[in-house]
Design a protein around this ligand. Sequence first.
Ligand SMILES: C[S@@+](CC[C@H](N)C(=O)[O-])C[C@H]1O[C@@H](n2cnc3c(N)ncnc32)[C@H](O)[C@@H]1O
Length: 236
Amino acid sequence: MEAYTILAKYYDTLMQDFDYKTYLDFIKNYTKGEGIDLCCGTGTMTILLSKLGNKMLGVDLSSEMLNTARNKARENFQNIIFIESDIFEFEPPHKVDFVTCVCDGINYLPQEEITKLFENISRFIKKDGYFIFDVSSEYKLTNILGNNVFCEDTEKATYIWSNSLEDNKVIMQLSFFEKEKDDLYRRVEEDHTQYVQKQEDLLKALSEFDVQVFDGQDFSEVKKDSRRLLFVCKRR
Ligand SMILES: C[S@@+](CC[C@H](N)C(=O)[O-])C[C@H]1O[C@@H](n2cnc3c(N)ncnc32)[C@H](O)[C@@H]1O
């Protein structure tokens, strides 16, 4: 099954410990005006940015993730346009003040496509506007996620997440066990591929921007074992 088909149902439950509010506190000085949230998923950050008074548009490939995003935006009284599109094909109608892509969106994109993508994104952003994105670091993908198995059995979700690291990418097989009746469970599976994005390669691909890189968890300087890297890129 395609990535983010089954997982869409469980995504917000699995992300409940992710601290979007502290992340927002850090990026909110760079994200003012009209913005596009690429790989917006279930729209948690899109909605938080909208609640600050920004005019937001969310883009994602998964119709299942976008359904949740649209419902959440409605429940939160936020008027956000969500567009189902591949990030590589998306063209906004006009330039915006900022573009975000948070929580690993860039890890889903093959390394050889990144330079072209960043050039394209730079054309969406007004001079002095910002492109803010993060990646799960090379350290996290190779030392923590790669060739490892994770599982969880809770009231809301039961899954096995099994990874294999090969050629600078992690192939993830997710198996969810959904209760059908009494003790009967149905196993449903989907595969994800996350690409290792090296900091130096990303910096090279950001030639249209002045870039600062932070540890994406504590927002201090990047360390050897930083698990998330946050890029704050100002359009020249
Ligand atoms: C880890 S989720 C992040 C979702 C969201 N940004 C968040 O903060 O929770 C990655 C998202 O990237 C989307 N995605 C992956 N490849 C994409 C592509 N080529 N174009 C558009 N969206 C893509 C997936 O559908 C998924 O919703």
